[in-house]
Write a protein that binds this ligand. Structure first.
Ligand code: ZN
Ligand code: ZN
Length: 751
């Protein structure tokens, strides 16, 4: 534990409302002690009629004050007029303490801390304003709940009454950080979240429940029940009604009727929920029937039919349940607001910042401009906007993902642009955890969602210093190095980033990162709990090295070092009970990844290459270009767009992937060749693995041995062939075609 000699006055954080009425009506002198030199006359008063969360708050205050100062203040439910009091809640305290305050005017998490005539009041609105006030008071004393294991409680012999009056409420009424580490009830409460998915009991103020969580169209009108008889209730896509991976026909009156009935049933069955979701399904498949198309065209967005649909349900609901709110997504194809329609007053828009640049915060690069314009437009026409944003690499939770700048800036951006809720989607999948800096992210989000005007980088620094202790300097250097790499405007990666995207994971950076963590672990060696935390922070770099190794990148990890690194990776995964590396069974499968590493084949990544040749009519793979008729080293040929092309030598030490997009421009609509000689001391059959993006043809000694026209992402060993190599020289020629996106291949000798 560290001893934080806080001057209480200076450590008070100001949040939304700060009423500085100190000294005027408090009548107390500055620096009046609550506890002095390990002694105190104060009692903690909480009324018998107080809320359960207020009684809990009184107990928490008592416990933590004991830990801080060694002084146990008694909790009482009656008091004499001359007793010195800390009043918890508005119920029953001295009149002077609550003078001028109206409990009903406090939001359910809003609170006030004031001292009057030497007594202290910590009180707030229903359902947990008082509790969050007590936790704020303890926070101002320096208490921190960083992780479930790392809690910081300062030691102080003397604690002063606050001389300034504080009135606070959180910036967002809905605050959820989607990290396993944040799904511990006690942790979530102490960090003052207001999540939907963490089961916070009513006695602690309950959860902010929206039901169902998201993507609800097929729950509103089930294709299983209705499609056979009424295909017209469902999306028409390319002229056909669809019963899966699509949406509803939102202009169909029966659909409105059935959906409304479903919502009424939900409201009855789920009294705990205050918000009900009428959300499009994930993906696309909006209805293209004449009616839907007409409305969407007129509104210049597919949000036209959506808002029209939701409003009809909302009008009916409002007549019976005026306090209930409905919520719908502005997501992917509905991100643009409708031209003339307006969401009803009881409809909240849950806007998704989906798949924009993850390298830079909102406003930090031009990629976010459409989103900023759309949010502003929604804000003009909506009563309430909450945000769903994405702060992890969905393809690889364990990849180093330097987007802290987004975390610290975007929360504030949302608060300043009229949003009242934030769901920060991180690396949580059920029963999983251990995504890159999951605990750090959860804690920083919790603090910023309460008060986004804090300096997020100061919070990150504080977390690292306290959670990693003597290892912190190395981890700070690592964080800085990674974030410096992605600052330039031309760096771009998304929430589906591959390790090669963004270009920040170079062999040099990864080596440097690895040596920083090795030093951090050395320092932590005789502190097992600390070492365990440092190793978890190291895991993404170990993962990166193994990933590149598995795709043929000796520059990241040598064959000799691999077994030790893999063993360590497996041990950390086991110790931290990490069950999955991504959302989705296949890409999240850890054991499959380990198998790929173990079986990492011998990639061949030095080739002669030539291209691009024309593929405009998508028949480039079949078209015979000169390189496949013979290898002429210094011969120029006429390539795509009349460019002169010739064979050039190419080697990739970072990966077994030969990436033509990095070599040939334009990289669309081309074909390219790679050629190489394999010398054998005897005639033999060898197993060969090929992976390609997109289609592939391959010749061995002039004979076509592989011909696969396909659109796909390249993975090692998509095709495995046994080929007859002869004694002496063997020529292999590979031809790869391209339509858009990735373009390249893997080639490995498997025997
Ligand atoms: Zn329709
Ligand atoms: Zn950017």
């Amino acid at each position: 534990m560290q001893n934080y000699n806080n001057n209480f006055k200076n450590s008070i954080t100001l949040i939304i409302i700060y009423l500085l009425v100190a000294f005027l009506n408090t009548g107390c002198s500055v620096d009046q002690p609550l506890i002095e030199d390990g002694r105190s006359q104060f009692r903690i008063y909480v009324s018998d009629n107080a809320l359960p969360s207020e009684k809990y708050a009184a107990g928490e205050l008592q416990n933590y004050l004991i830990e801080i100062s060694g002084v146990g203040l008694p909790i009482v439910n009656t008091y004499e007029s001359n007793t010195k009091l800390i009043c918890i809640g508005f119920e029953g305290g001295p009149k002077e303490l609550v003078a001028g305050l109206n409990r009903d005017e406090f939001g359910n998490e809003e609170f006030i801390i004031r001292s009057v005539d030497g007594d202290l009041l910590i009180a707030g609105g229903d359902t947990r304003g008082t509790l969050y006030g007590v936790l704020g008071f303890l926070g101002d004393l320096g208490c921190r709940w960083y992780t479930r294991d790392v809690i910081k409680i300062p030691k102080k012999k003397t604690i002063y009454l606050p001389s300034d009056e504080i009135r606070e409420k959180p910036a967002f009424k809905y605050r959820e950080a989607w990290y396993k580490e944040a799904y511990d009830t006690e942790w979530a409460v102490h960090n003052r979240l207001a999540p939907s998915s963490v089961p916070i009991p009513d006695s602690l103020g309950g959860s902010f429940i929206n039901y169902p969580f998201v993507h609800t169209f097929y729950r509103l009108v089930s294709p299983d029940i209705y499609f056979a008889k009424h295909p017209e209730y469902f999306s028409m896509v390319d002229g056909k009604r669809k019963d899966h991976e699509a949406q509803l026909c939102l202009t169909n009156h029966e659909v409105v009727k059935i959906a409304t009935e479903t919502v009424f049933r939900w409201i009855k069955e789920h009294p705990e929920a205050s918000v009900f979701s009428i959300d499009q399904n994930d993906g696309y498949g909006y209805c293209e029937c004449d009616e839907c198309k007409k409305l969407d065209d007129a509104e210049e967005s597919h949000s036209g039919t959506l808002i029209n649909f939701v409003n009809q349900i909302a009008d009916t609901v409002a007549k019976v349940y005026p306090e209930i709110q409905l919520q719908t997504l502005a997501y992917v194809y509905t991100e643009i607001p409708p031209k003339t329609l307006r969401p009803a007053d009881n409809v909240a828009i849950r806007m998704c910042h989906y798949n924009y640049c993850s390298a830079h915060p909102i406003g930090g690069c031009s990629n976010h401009i459409p989103f900023m314009e759309r949010l502003e437009a929604w804000d003009k026409i909506s009563k309430q906007i909450t945000i769903w944003d994405y702060f992890t690499d969905f393809s690889r939770y364990l990849l180093p993902y330097p987007n802290f700048e987004n975390m610290v800036n975007d929360v504030r951006y949302y608060a300043e642009n009229g949003c009242v809720g934030l769901f920060a989607q991180g690396s949580n999948v059920p029963n999983n955890g251990g995504g890159e800096f999951g605990e750090l992210r959860a804690w920083v989000f919790a603090q910023l969602m309460w008060n986004p005007w804090q300096d997020g980088w100061v919070l990150i620094d504080e977390f690292v210093s306290n959670v990693y202790g003597p290892s912190a300097p190395f981890i700070k250097s690592y964080i800085k190095m990674m974030h410096d790499k992605v600052k330039p405007e031309n760096v771009f990666f998304t929430i589906y980033a591959e390790p090669t995207d963004g270009g920040y994971l170079t062999p040099e950076v990864v080596q440097k990162a690895d040596s920083l963590f090795t030093k951090a672990e050395k320092v932590a060696a005789d502190n097992p709990a600390l070492l365990k935390r440092v190793e978890l922070a190291h895991l993404p770099i170990l993962y990166t090295r193994l990933f590149f190794y598995s795709t043929g990148g000796p520059a990241f990890l040598s064959k000799e070092e691999m077994p030790e690194v893999l063993q360590k990776f497996e041990r950390i995964i086991e110790e931290h009970q990490i069950k999955s590396m991504a959302e989705g069974k296949e890409i999240g499968d850890i054991s499959a990844f380990i198998e790929r590493v173990k079986k990492a084949s011998n990639f061949v990544s030095d080739w002669w290459i030539i291209g691009p040749f024309d593929n405009a009519n998508e028949n480039g793979l079949e078209t015979i270009y000169p390189p496949e008729t013979g290898f002429e080293l210094n011969q120029f040929y006429s390539g795509n767009k009349s460019q002169k092309v010739k064979w050039e030598s190419y080697t990739n030490q970072e990966s077994g992937y030969i990436d033509f997009t990095k070599i040939y421009h334009p990289s669309e609509n081309g074909v390219a060749y790679a050629s190489r000689n394999f010398e054998m001391d005897e005639k033999k059959s060898l197993k060969v693995g090929v992976g390609s993006n997109d289609g592939v043809r391959m010749w061995l000694n002039g004979k076509l041995v592989l011909d696969h026209k396909v659109l796909r992402k390249a993975e090692p060993n998509q095709e495995i062939l046994t080929l007859p190599f002869k004694k002496g020289d063997n020529s292999v020629i590979i031809k790869i075609d391209q339509f858009g996106g990735g373009w390249g291949f893997y080639f490995s000798l498997l025997d």
